[in-house]
Design a protein around this ligand. Sequence first.
Ligand code: GLC
Ligand code: CA
Length: 538
Amino acid sequence: MTLGDWWRHGVVYQIYPRSFQDSNGDGIGDLPGITSRLDYLNDGTPGSLGVDAIWISPFYPSPQLDFGYDVADYTDVDPDYGTLADFDELVSEAHRRGIRVIVDFVPNHTSDRHRWFVESRSSRDNPKRGWYVWRDPAPDGGPPNNWRSTFARVGSAWTLDPATGQYYLHSFLPGQPDLEWWNEDVRAAMNDVLRFWLDRGVDGFRIDVAHKMAKDPDLGDNPPDADAPGARRRDEDWEPAIHEILRQFRRTIDGYDDRLAVGEVFILDPRRVVRYYGDALDELQLAFNFSFLRQPWRAPAFREAVSLYEAALPAGAWPDYALSNHDHSRARSRYDPADPMRALRRARVAMLMLLTLRGTPFLYQGEEIGQADGEVPPERVVDVDGRDPERTPMQWAAGPGAGFTTGEPWLPLGREANTVNVAAQSSDPDSMLSFTRRAIWFRKSSAALRAGTIRILDPEPDVLAYLREVDGERLAVALDFSGRDRRVDLVTALRGAGVDARRGAVVLATEAGAAAATSIDLQAVELRGDSGIVVRLA
Ligand code: GLC
Ligand code: CA
C-alpha cells in the first residue's frame, strides 16, 4: 500500500470518550477504558469490528462547559480522562493492533480558563491581549456587530468584560473565547500544538469547525439571514485567509509521515465545502461530508446527495461520508422514530450504504449495534444545545451500568440498554453488530469497495443502486428505501451505465440469510422492503 491508503481505504470509528468506557467507576468514560476495548474494535480477526482508525473527541483539560470543546490546555489530559501516560499507552496499544489514532484539534477557540485568555483579559496592554478578538462597545454600548453564537440559546457572540470595558468574541459559549487568527503568534502557537501530538505519535487530527477561524477583519455585520443560500457570512469561511491557515496546518502535518487532517466544515453547500481540499489539494485531505444528516429517508434524496458531492469534488480529492456524530441524532432514531423494528432495518440499510459508497466511512460509536438516541429527562440535561441524547453511554451489556460503568453514568443509559447491546449481539449472527462486522470485513477484502469507481444506477425511484468497480471486480449495491418487497431489474439499469451483465452472486446483505444465494438472475433481483444487498457480477 502507498502513503495515505489507511485513511482513504479504512473505516474511521469516532469515540466520544466521556461515553465510551469508564475504567474507575466514576461514571465518566476515560482513556484506559478505551484501551481496554481496543480488541473489540480490531483484534485482527472478523470476530472484531475491524475498524482501521479511531477519532477520539477532546480529552484535554477543560471545565467541560462544552464537554471538552472548551480546551483549557492543549497539551495535557483532563484528570477525568487519565494522564498523558495513559494516552501514550492507548496509542501504542492501538498501533500494536494496526489501529490509527486521530485526535480532535480545537483551534477556533479556547476555554476562558486557558492561561492565554486569563492573561489576555487581565488588561488592555497585556501581551496576550491580541490573541483574542477584543473590541470597544458600539456607540450605544451594545456589542460591536450583529454576529450570533452558533448555540441559539446564547444569543450575541459578544460578551462585555467589565474589568477592561471591551467585548470579546465567542462563536460558541461565553466560556469559549475565539482566538484571533490574524495574529501570527496565535498561528505559530497552534502549529506547535499540532507538533506536540504528532511527536507523541498521533496519526492525524479532526479539526473542529475548520471553517470558522478566519473572519472578516473589519467585523462587518452578517446579512440578515446569514444561512440563506448565497448569503455572504462574515463570521466564518473568510477567503483567502481560511485557506492560508489550513495550508499552514497541512505543511506542519506533512513534516511527518502519512498523517491526516480531516476538517469539520459545517457548511451546507457541497461546492463550498470542497474548497477546503485546496486548489492544489494542499489543505484538508478530507472535509466531513455532512449531506446525509439532513436527508429525508427517500432514495432520490440520497442519490442526489451522493451525485452532488461526487460532482463537486475536485479531481484527485477523496470523498467521505458520515451518518451521525456526537452533535447529531443517530441513524436509528433519525430514520423512523415511531417504529423501532423498521428503524433498525433502515439503520442497517444506512450502514450498508455508508460502508459501500466511494469514500472514507466515519462511523460513530454505537451505530454498529443500532443504538438509539437516549431519553434525557429535563433534570439530567447537561448540554447547552440539546445534544445529550446522542451522547448517552455506549451499551456494552445488560445490567445496571450497561458494562459502561460500575458507578452512576454521567448521562442516563438508553432505555433499550438491556436488549440493544454489544454482548447480546456479539454471538447472534443475525444481529446488527454481526452485520456491521461482516460488512466492514467484506469491505477490507474488496478492492472495488475500498478504491473502485462509483457509477449511480437508476433501476427505479425507490431504490438507490450503484456500481463499484476496479480492475476485474464489479459489485452492484441495491438499497430499498420504500419498505415494499420488489423485483429489481439490474440488467437494464447496468446496461444504461454501459455494463453488460446477466448473473451475479449476493455477497453481502442486510437481511439474515439473503447472502446465501450463489447465482441470481440480475433481471429479477429479489429485494425485500427496507433491505440492501451487494451483488458480485459474474
Ligand atoms: C463542533 C463540535 C461541537 C462543539 C463545537 C464547538 O461543532 O463538534 O461538539 O460544540 O464545535 O467547539
Ligand atoms: Ca472514569
